[in-house]
Design a binder for this molecule. Structure first.
Ligand SMILES: Nc1ncnc2c1ncn2[C@@H]1O[C@H](COP(=O)(O)OP(=O)(O)OP(=O)(O)O)[C@@H](O)[C@H]1O
Length: 599
């Protein structure tokens, strides 16, 4: 709380003081009206900060939610004399419901398809507002929208209403901040960075997308209520597609991930046309060009640029201490390097597994059993179906036929997040870290399935959320240190390849799974890094994990594996110890083809 308050309070106080400096007379009250509007826009644009900035979902329908909130409130309060508070709550519920609907649609679509659907939604809402005249008043709109009177304060006075709007903005900012710095916020960011990796780390794509859309719609609705009550009159043209583009621009120009940036963006987009009015007919063109320039050349928005400038200045004045260096695992206490002993207790049983892509039989009737305590390796020539098998195991692909049983539970064709929660985690052949997040944040997201605090807890039960977040961060640090890594605060995309692999493994084991699937963990590593990796595998194994890995590096395989399975053309062709399978004629033939006899 204190951190959020310290962050926003000075900014909100500065906003609240603005009316004191406005000129008197009609000009002053005109600017005050614009300020009230810009605060209502800022609240709605904060919805896009969640949806676009955090979760990466593109929506051009924020004006629709703004409109639904405004109209639902105005119709109830002005036409049916429902008390202000009740009308506002009902309007928020209705808007959230529409957000849920759009969220459901978004589950099947992404990027430009999703953007198109949101435009369609925006247009439908515009048409309804215009044509459902009996309820919305059609083109005439709704007038005489009330303002509240609470605690003996009559908010029909513009100054008071402005301060009420600032209070709403403060509450909205606080809630968005809390969401961002919680495990649900981590899930939103993970969704933005990489959906497959997010799902494989136990994050439900369904609920996370629904959360992003409903939270965004609720804030859109709240902005609409403030707008309707602030201007006391609404008509459909305010809530059209152009306004949705304006919300988009406010979020991008200010800085799509920044709460303060979005608020400043809203003010800028509201006031810029006024500042440019001296350009007469050309002002729209110049206004458009300025917005395009900011979006093109300042991807983090104006506020992001400002913060970077301040950061650069601070670096120049006070040189920052050197970043924590990586501690090479090999340089740490050496593990006993005792080859792990496998048991005969099956943990994973695969029976008749097939995965066909049209005519390609990538996996074609494979059976194998992994026992608790195994470090099992899946080898085979390129294109033999190993990664496909792993993808089916982890729920990334659905099986064409066959069954997979984990600890006696049938997990065939379950979703990746469910499989993760049952205790199977994985890494990917082409590392799938969340590139814009730090190493620590990546690993914290791996701990997501262990968290219990939901949305209400995140927003209102601060203590529980705080304790869980602290525990997740502690576990993430501990896991990274166990793997000899200490560059917690470096963005994943800036780490060298070998260290990215280590972070990905840490992310996969932080939640304490039973079975770890590794897809070519040694790929792209030099000899030293590969040696460190075997040490890492032993440490992980020591934690009680069973490991199944795909690997091409035979000396690495020979040094770590307790059991090996060989695939060729989608089928299992050999099974046994590494030495046994490597001397199997079928395996030699699969690798060397017709040269096998000669070899
Ligand atoms: N999504 C997909 N759509 C169509 N074909 C696919 C798909 N994924 C894999 N395949 C095909 O399935 C076969 C097996 O591929 P897979 O990646 O599983 O092999 P692999 O043994 O992991 O190879 P490598 O060792 O090179 O990674 C290949 O012919 C590949 O082209």
């Amino acid at each position: 709380m204190t951190r959020a308050v310290l962050k926003f309070l000075p900014f909100l106080i500065a906003l609240a003081l603005i009316p004191i400096f406005l000129p008197g007379g009609r000009l002053g009250s005109y600017y005050l009206t614009l300020l009230i509007l810009s605060v209502s826009y800022a609240v709605a644009a904060l919805g896009l900060t969640i949806l676009l900035g955090y979760s990466g979902q593109v929506s051009l329908a924020q004006a629709a939610f703004f409109g639904i909130g405004a109209y639902a409130f105005a119709v109830l309060a002005a036409k049916h004399d429902v008390p202000f508070g009740l009308s506002a709550i009902a309007a928020l519920i209705i808007t959230t419901g529409f957000g849920f609907l759009l969220g459901l649609i978004s589950l099947r679509l992404a990027s430009h398809y999703l953007a198109l659907v949101t435009i369609g939604f925006q247009i439908i809402v515009g048409l309804v507002l215009n044509n459902w005249a009996i309820v919305t008043g059609g083109a005439d709109g709704v007038s005489n929208i009330p303002r509240p009177a609470y605690f003996g304060i009559d908010f029909s006075h513009d100054h008071y209403f402005y301060w009420l709007s600032i209070a709403c903005l403060g509450i909205a900012s606080y809630l968005v901040y809390r969401l961002r710095h919680s495990r649900l916020g981590g899930a939103l960011l993970a969704l933005r960075e990489d959906e497959i990796a997010a799902a494989s780390n136990g994050i439900s794509l369904f609920w996370t997308k629904i959360l992003a859309f409903t939270a965004s719609a609720t804030l859109g609705g709240l902005g609409g209520i403030l707008y309707a009550s602030g201007s006391m009159y609404i008509s459909p043209n305010v809530f059209d597609f152009n306004q949705s583009v304006s919300f988009f621009a406010m979020t991008l120009v200010g800085g799509q991930e920044s709460i303060v940036g979005t608020t400043l963006g809203a003010a800028l987009i509201t006031f810029l046309p006024e500042v440019l009015r001296f350009l007469h007919a050309y002002y729209i063109a110049v206004y458009g060009a300025l917005v395009v320039i900011v979006i093109l050349f300042m991807p983090q928005g104006l506020y992001g640029m400002l913060l970077r400038g301040i950061d650069a200045l601070r670096h120049m004045v006070f040189r920052s201490p050197a970043e924590g260096a990586a501690v090479p695992v090999a340089a740490q206490r050496q593990h006993s390097l005792k080859r792990p002993v496998a048991t005969n207790d099956p943990i994973l049983q695969i029976t008749g597994l097939r995965k066909h892509f049209g005519g390609i039989k990538a996996v074609d009737g494979v059976d194998f059993t992994i026992c608790r305590g195994d470090i099992a390796v899946l080898i085979g020539p390129n294109g033999s179906g190993k990664t496909t098998a792993l993808n089916v195991l982890s729920g990334v692909y659905t099986a064409t036929a066959g069954s997979i049983s984990f600890n006696g539970t049938d997990i065939t064709n379950r979703r990746p997040a469910e499989i993760n929660r049952l205790g199977i985690t994985r890494t990917f052949q082409n590392i799938r870290l969340f590139p814009e997040l730090t190493a620590l944040e990546n690993v914290v997201i791996g701990y997501y399935p262990k968290g219990t605090v939901g949305l209400l807890g995140t927003l209102f039960a601060r203590r529980r959320g705080f304790i869980e977040d602290r525990e997740a961060a502690a576990r993430a640090r501990e896991t990274l240190r166990l793997l000899g890594f200490s560059r917690f605060d470096i963005k994943a995309k800036n780490l060298p390849y070998g260290q990215q692999r280590v972070v990905e493994i840490a992310r996969a084991i932080v939640s304490g799974p039973e079975l770890l699937l590794l897809d070519e963990p040694a790929a792209g590593m030099n000899r030293e890094e590969t040696a460190a990796l075997s040490e890492i595998l032993y440490r992980i194994h020591d934690l009680g994990l069973t490991i199944l890995l795909i690997e091409h590096d035979m000396s690495f395989v020979a040094s770590v594996a307790t059991r090996a399975y060989v695939m060729d053309f989608g089928q299992k062709i050999s099974e046994g110890t590494v030495a046994q399978v490597l001397s199997d004629q079928k395996v030699i033939k699969a690798y060397l083809g017709d040269d096998a006899e000669y070899a």
